[in-house]
Ligand binder design. Structure first.
Ligand code: SAH
Length: 393
């Protein structure tokens, strides 16, 4: 067993059960890609069993803080079974859910989403890559399913020196699935969809949007960064009669249009607009358009804190435009899924947008990701999705 000795003082975050060791924290030692190593303080005190990542800035990710625990097939079976068992107790209104959420489930670099009877899995660290066959077997055993599609195509793979993979890992067959979310039916393709196929973390916020649209009697709704129209279907379910989905991905919009029909809504109540959101908001303002509700759910503008400043300007801009476009009494449901933008900063950005618009509003709700994408108390980086539901005054 290889040992990694940390520099003096660098043991503290591990003692607080934070699972990452950065390159600069290591005094000596190394290992092969994904190899299990023993982490020690300068005094030789045991800190954790970790997977070594020779190419990543995050040089090691902890599997276990328990010296007596062995990192073997049984370890992965236990962690996977525990993650699935807790999902069974969480309020998840769908047959599609995140079964493993990386660090939060004690499996750094592993994301497993279940879409009906197919698992869509992302291995994004050297450690999960090394244990891939063991993890795949454990997942099938724990779920009783037979098919796993691998979506190891996120750009973080490159940081670990790993190639992209997008293929069946176990079983095969159609990659298209229909899932049930709250009272809606939605389709996705595990091979082609964003992330592992769909944005499961917004499930309950879509339901909240439907309820709010109904509560406030919103008719005219603009769903920005709509992807396949989840919030648009929600708006129609809430009684909206004029809903526009805006996205720059044509195939996603085609699916949004199909979702309107699939859920029995009048196609005349929905428009799909293949366009840039920023340009669309500016044009709408010029045309004197007004909306009763606007959703802003942009992609990650700030993957890390280093991008926060530029991202802040981008968030502020779209929020300012959206606040201007709302009727008095209109609703803004605004999100950031950037790990680099903490909730208090996001609130400040939206406050700045309000000042510039100018517009004020009541914060009706502060929301996060669905409970199958848990945050843990020892891993603050796990908090990424935050949203504000605002009623414009
Ligand atoms: N709200 C969606 C998820 C949005 S993900 C849901 O509930 O499922 C972000 C979306 O923004 C992606 O579909 C991407 O295609 C789109 N996108 C990214 N940049 C864009 C831009 N500048 N203009 C329009 N759409 C954009």
């Amino acid at each position: 067993m290889k040992t990694i000795k940390l520099r003096a003082g660098k043991e503290r975050s591990l003692q607080r059960r934070h699972p990452w060791v950065f390159e600069g924290s290591i005094a000596k030692g190394g290992g092969d890609s994904g190899e299990t190593v023993r982490l020690e303080s300068t005094e030789g005190e045991f800190l954790g069993w970790a997977a070594f990542s020779p190419q990543s800035l995050i040089r090691a990710r902890v599997w276990s803080f328990d010296e007596a625990e062995r990192i073997d097939a049984a370890f992965f079976q236990r962690r996977i079974a525990a993650a699935i068992a807790v999902r069974a107790r969480l309020p998840i209104a769908s047959n599609a859910m995140r079964l493993i959420h990386g660090e939060a489930d004690g499996l750094p670099g592993l994301v497993v989403d279940r879409y009906d009877d197919v698992l869509s899995v992302q291995f994004s660290s050297a450690g999960t890559e090394r244990w891939k066959p063991v993890i795949a077997d454990a997942l099938l055993a724990a779920t009783g399913l037979t098919r796993i599609f691998e979506r190891s195509d996120a750009n973080v793979r490159a940081l670990e020196g790993l190639p992209e993979v997008r293929a069946w890992l176990r079983g095969d067959g159609p990659t298209e699935r229909t899932i049930q979310e709250h009272q809606w039916q939605l389709t996705l393709d595990v091979a082609e969809g964003h992330k592992t196929g769909y944005y499961l973390d917004q499930r309950d916020n879509r339901k909240k949007f439907a309820d709010t649209v109904r509560q406030y009697g919103c008719q005219r709704v603009l769903n920005c960064f709509s992807y396949t129209g989840g919030f648009s279907v929600a708006a129609l379910a809430g009684g909206a009669t004029d809903v526009t989905s805006v996205d720059s991905s044509g195939p996603s919009l085609a699916r949004a249009t199909a979702h309107v029909a699939l859920n029995g809504f009048d196609p005349a109540h929905h428009k799909a607009l293949d366009a840039d959101v920023n340009a669309t908001l500016r044009q709408a303002l010029q045309n004197g358009e007004r909306y009763d509700a606007i959703v802003l759910d942009p992609p990650k503008f700030a993957p890390t804190a280093a991008h926060a400043e530029r991202a802040a300007r981008a968030y502020k801009d779209i929020n300012r435009l959206a606040l201007k476009l709302l009727q008095p009494g209109g609703l803004l449901f605004t999100f950031s899924c950037s790990g680099g933008i903490p909730p208090d900063l996001f609130h400040k950005i939206v406050a700045g947008a309000g000042l510039d618009a100018p517009a004020d509003g009541f914060i009706l709700d502060r929301v996060g990701a669905t409970p199958d994408h848990p945050q843990t108390i020892c891993f603050p980086e796990g908090e990424y999705l935050k949203g504000l539901l605002i009623l414009k005054r």
